[in-house]
Design a protein around this ligand. Structure first.
Ligand code: GDP
Ligand code: MG
Length: 177
């Protein structure tokens, strides 16, 4: 429960990155509004949504940024990363290429963001297990090597979405407090 008259103690900016169509916007809609839009359009314009949470008797406003459909390499501007304290690096577990691109998304993130940024690798669309193209071991290995949190999610079925965001936000809180 959050009392909206209460002051905000912290604002945490978290950015979503990864190839187009991996489900970034749907993950955000699921987390911020508990919605999944079947006919989701490509995101136009930089957008963020907020969700206010209570953490350790403090009020934290999570400000989650979604890309502007600028998911090509180097198209995301540095303003997008500025001030980010967390990042969700999202691939589609049914699309190998979207996982193979994680290394360069991470490189781009590390080139722009604060070095203490909390990063979670997310394999989305885990409801499509029969179409899996990325073994969980490959993702775990990458996450371990790069020191990232890792989770498989489904924005469609709401699997692990809240857990993934809360893990990142809790870790940010732990780092800054
Ligand atoms: P974005 O370009 O990364 O923002 O991707 P979107 O959120 O627009 O999603 C791209 C497509 O994948 C849309 O057709 C979504 O309905 C679909 N999608 C997103 N998340 C999931 C998921 O968890 N499971 C399944 N099966 N489809 C998903
Ligand atoms: Mg989108």
């Amino acid at each position: 429960y959050v009392d909206f008259n209460q002051r905000i103690d912290y604002v945490f900016k978290v950015v979503l990155i990864g190839d187009s169509a991996v489900g970034k916007s749907q993950l955000l809609a699921r987390f911020a509004r508990n919605e999944f839009c079947v006919e989701s359009k490509a995101t136009i314009g930089v957008e963020f949504q907020t969700k206010t949470l209570s953490m350790d008797n403090k009020t934290v406003k999570a400000q989650i940024w979604d890309t502007a459909g600028q998911e090509r390499y180097r198209a995301v501007t540095s303003a997008y990363y500025r001030g980010a304290v967390g990042a969700m690096l999202v691939y589609d577990m049914t699309k190998r290429q979207s996982f193979d691109h994680m290394a360069r998304w991470l490189e781009e993130l590390r080139g722009h963001a604060d070095k203490n940024i909390v990063v979670m690798l997310i394999g989305n669309k885990c409801d499509l297990e029969s179409l899996r193209a990325v073994p969980v071991e490959d993702a775990q290995e990458f996450a371990q090597r790069e020191n990232l949190f890792f989770m498989e999610t489904s924005a469609l079925e709401a699997t692990n979405v809240e857990t993934a965001f809360l893990t990142v936000l809790t870790e940010i809180y732990r780092v800054i407090s």
